[in-house]
Write a protein that binds this ligand. Structure first.
Ligand code: ATP
Ligand code: MG
Length: 808
């Protein structure tokens, strides 16, 4: 018998009745019903694969249409029936067919999934084609000993969910928190760790369109150093944390280089901005909403779950990003499991083309190689399907225990898969090669480390309706029909006021951010940013004996977009920044004007603040020039007036005494003068009295003598008398003059006293501190006297968000 004959005989279907009698054995614990053996038509045995064999991983290889997806679906159905959970990566969109299982097998169940075009092409209505398809499935299942009851059991034993990463159109999955740290063992294993770090970083960079070389590219090395920094601390940085760390790395050096010379800040900001733009874009919403990418939850809690990630709608870069993240997470989960020889969970990937090629290192490759190497110890099986054996890296092939090989067209593919299988295909290699070339659709040759000889089998009919690729719109329909929990949106984000978000705006690394502790407790505290200006200002004036340096703290409101900070509006900020924290509280943060996240804005504001302080930072002083008294730096007007009062009080006594002394002398002089004048007046008065008597006598005798005839003498006497009267007149004038003198001096004295009184009043008034006229002077700083200038962000809790307190 030639080899073609031999092959034809091997592929021949066994007699119907022989197989039918074997069907009662399809339900066996720990065994997966995949089809029936084709052993030259002799026995027609059902093919049951021990589930445990999958822990050494499986590859399903065959040309297009050979039935790989059909086999994968059957495999997953069996896994689910056995209550083993699975994660399915579905780049082409076929695997959502697992959700199309209809226990009644009725046309009505099929109808919504019937392709109207396909019906039209065959001149059938959708209903007609639905009825035909339902009949086809009933018959197909029956031939393989299956029925609606088995479908029902499938649905009872496990949940099926299809996720659509990157879009909310289907069922989104949140990956923003997905830079999960590997377990300590992996962290200790440097090779594995660097593989994972590179995978995470490459995928992230590919998402922003940067094709980075893990060794040569600075952005890659920087990001990898950051990821490593967090992972070695056992921390799981969110993308937001990573982006912030790009702007402000949490370490000083990259290798032997200082961070800033390795990757200057402005370029780091560019990268951070690019990543941030991605994260902030509405398109990225699809990556940040939905169920968390938590492997344990994806595998189901309580009930096993088959979580299918449909990736057909994504770009190549996005798919790579997601697959890498998912594999990284899976590794993290795996390493936390206890060892197991039983199959605990299955990872199935329906098309691996592009993810694990032998000749290049796409981000997902390292993670997959690690899984293939280590997963078996934890009971995690990996099954990978591909059209072409060239799609799988040699190292990966070496870790695959079971090969399900379908029809392969080219000799090269046949050779390659046989050499990849190694020991499994040893011996009758040529015969196997011929066999592979002629395999029918849905026929597979299983070469396995677990069995001595290769086994040929035909896949069973799938319980699920193999509709083909399910579109995003159809997934949305599936999603709408499925009962599911609402997407897990973080509570805080839901409570955010407009313009606030749980993600703090990204700010340049060089900008310090302070947070004012909130005086109120409770979650969802809203924080808004203000600008804090800090500086030291020296005021020196040798003549005044002033030399002092003060710390200036000014809080300015956040400027409008595009505007500069108004330092004129800033108010003194009392709290020393050292007492504030620079680590952000869990809160909701207000948006920032775009400029206020840039280093260059803060650099410019530093200059503007220094300029403002130069112009307005003069040290104000008061002076009372008359007293040659000046206030001390920082002395308030009231304090200065008080000090002035004391000085004036001391001054008053002295001034009054001086004033009095000066008047006393003048007064004494005038009094002496007055006494003299009075004395003179007295003397003149006495003179007048004496002379007045003599004159009366003389004048009297002269007049009497004239009457008595004593002519001559009488006349002489009378002339003498007359002369005496003239003297009297004169004396009387002297008295008057003396009298006038006394009066004049007395008046002068009175005026002097009044003047003294007035002067004293004036002096007292001038010495009243409350009324003293203060003059303002100032000591201006020189430009060089303004130093240590810093401009920071100051986040303060917004307290007026709460309901205003009700009046009593
Ligand atoms: N187990 C099965 N039960 C019922 N129908 C099947 C089964 N396997 C395959 N088919 C049918 O064969 C068609 C092609 O098979 P399948 O999609 O599995 O090929 P494939 O190897 O995955 O092809 P590709 O490489 O193009 O993805 C399916 O659309 C389905 O109609
Ligand atoms: Mg396929």
């Amino acid at each position: 018998m030639n080899s073609a004959d031999a092959q034809a005989e091997m592929c021949a279907l066994p007699p119907e009745d022989a197989f039918m009698s074997a069907l009662e054995n399809i339900e066996q614990p720990g065994r997966l019903y995949l089809g029936r053996e084709l052993d030259g038509g002799k026995t027609g045995r059902v093919f049951l694969l021990p589930a445990r064999e999958l822990t050494t991983h499986a590859a399903i290889i065959g040309m297009t249409g050979s039935g790989k997806t059909g086999l994968g679906i059957a495999l997953l159905e069996e896994i689910a029936l056995a209550k083993i959970p699975a994660i399915v990566i579905d780049p082409k969109g076929d695997m959502a067919n697992l959700l199309l299982s209809f226990p009644e097998l009725s046309p009505a169940e099929f109808a919504p999934w019937i392709d109207a075009d396909a019906a039209a092409r065959r001149n059938l209505s959708v209903q007609e084609l639905a009825a035909e398809t339902a009949g086809q499935w009933q018959k197909g299942l029956a031939t393989w000993g299956q029925d609606g009851a088995r479908i029902r059991r499938l649905r009872e034993n496990a949940d099926f969910a299809v996720f659509t990463p990157g879009t909310t159109a289907g069922r989104p999955v949140s990956v923003l928190d997905s830079m999960d740290a590997p377990d300590p063992d992996t962290v200790a294993d440097r090779d594995t760790l660097s593989g994972l770090v590179n995978a995470a970083v490459s995928s992230l960079l590919s998402l922003v369109g940067i094709e980075a070389d893990p060794i040569k590219s600075r952005e890659h090395v920087l990001l990898a150093t950051i990821v490593l920094h967090f992972w070695t601390k056992g921390e799981a940085p969110s993308l937001a944390t990573l982006i912030a760390a790009v702007a402000q790395p949490p370490f000083a050096q990259v290798g032997v280089f200082p961070v800033d010379s390795f990757y200057p800040e402005n370029r780091r900001m560019e990268l951070a901005m690019r990543l941030n733009t991605l994260v902030a874009s509405p398109a990225f919403q699809g990556w940040t909403t939905g169920e968390a990418l938590n492997i344990q939850n994806l595998l189901g809690s309580g009930r096993p779950r088959v979580s299918i990630f449909s990736l057909a709608h994504l770009s190549d870069a996005e798919r790579m990003f997601f697959v890498t993240l998912l594999l990284g997470r899976l590794i993290g989960w795996m390493r936390r499991q206890e060892g197991s020889s039983e199959l605990r969970a299955l990872l199935y990937m329906d098309e691996i083309f592009g993810y694990f090629p032998p000749n290049s290192n796409p981000p997902a490759k390292a993670a997959m190689l690690l899984l293939l190497k280590q997963a078996r110890a934890f009971g995690l099986g990996v099954a990978l399907a591909t059209q072409n054996p060239v799609d799988l890296d040699y190292k990966g092939m070496a870790n695959i225990g079971s090969w399900f090989v379908g029809r392969l067209q080219t000799r090269q593919d046949q050779e390659r898969v046989l050499s990849g299988m190694g020991g499994e295909a040893a011996g009758n290699r040529e015969q196997l090669r011929t066999l592979l070339a002629g395999l029918e659709k849905r026929c597979f040759l299983l070469c396995s480390a677990h069995r001595q000889a290769p086994l040929l089998f035909q896949t069973r009919w799938t319980l699920s309706y193999l509709k083909g690729p399910v579109t995003l719109a159809e997934l949305a329909k599936l999603q709408a029909g499925a009962t599911q929990r609402p997407a897990a949106v973080s509570a805080s984000a839901a409570d955010a006021a407009p313009g606030f978000s749980a993600e703090r705006p990204l700010v340049a690394g060089g900008v310090t951010q302070y947070f004012v502790p909130s005086p109120v407790s409770g979650a969802n505290q809203h924080y808004r940013a203000t600008v804090l200006g800090l500086a030291r200002v020296r005021h020196a004036d040798a003549r005044r004996g002033i030399d002092q340096t003060t710390t200036v703290q000014l809080q300015a409101p956040m400027p409008a977009a595009g505007a500069a900070v108004s330092w004129e509006q800033a108010r003194p900020f009392a709290v020393t920044p050292e007492l504030l924290t620079t680590s952000a509280p869990a809160a909701l943060f207000g948006a920032l004007p775009a400029d206020m996240s840039l280093q260059k804005t803060f650099d410019a504001e530093k200059k503007r603040l220094a300029e403002h302080l130069y112009r307005s930072g003069a040290l104000p002083l008061f002076t009372v020039r008359a007293l040659n008294l000046e206030s001390a730096p920082g002395e308030s007007e009231a304090a200065f007036r008080e000090r002035l009062g004391a000085a004036l009080a001391a001054k008053k006594d002295e001034a009054m005494a001086a004033l009095r002394a000066s008047y006393d002398k003048k007064q004494q002089q005038l009094q002496t003068k007055l006494q003299k004048a009075e004395a003179k007046l007295d003397k003149e008065k006495i003179d007048v009295r004496t002379r007045g008597l003599d004159t009366v006598i003389a004048v009297g005798s002269a007049i009497v003598g004239a009457f008595l005839g004593r002519k001559g003498s009488a006349l002489g006497k009378s002339t003498q008398g007359m002369r005496s009267a003239g003297h009297l007149m004169k004396e009387r004038q002297d008295v008057q003059a003396a009298q006038d003198e006394v009066s004049r001096i007395a008046a002068e004295l009175a005026a002097l006293q009044a003047e003294a009184q007035g002067k004293m009043q004036e002096l007292l008034a001038s010495l009243d501190p409350a009324a003293a006229a203060l003059e303002s002077i100032s000591v201006a700083p020189r430009k060089s006297d303004i130093f240590d200038v810093r401009v920071c962000l100051l986040w303060e809790p917004v307290l007026d968000f709460a309901d205003p307190p009700k009046p009593a």
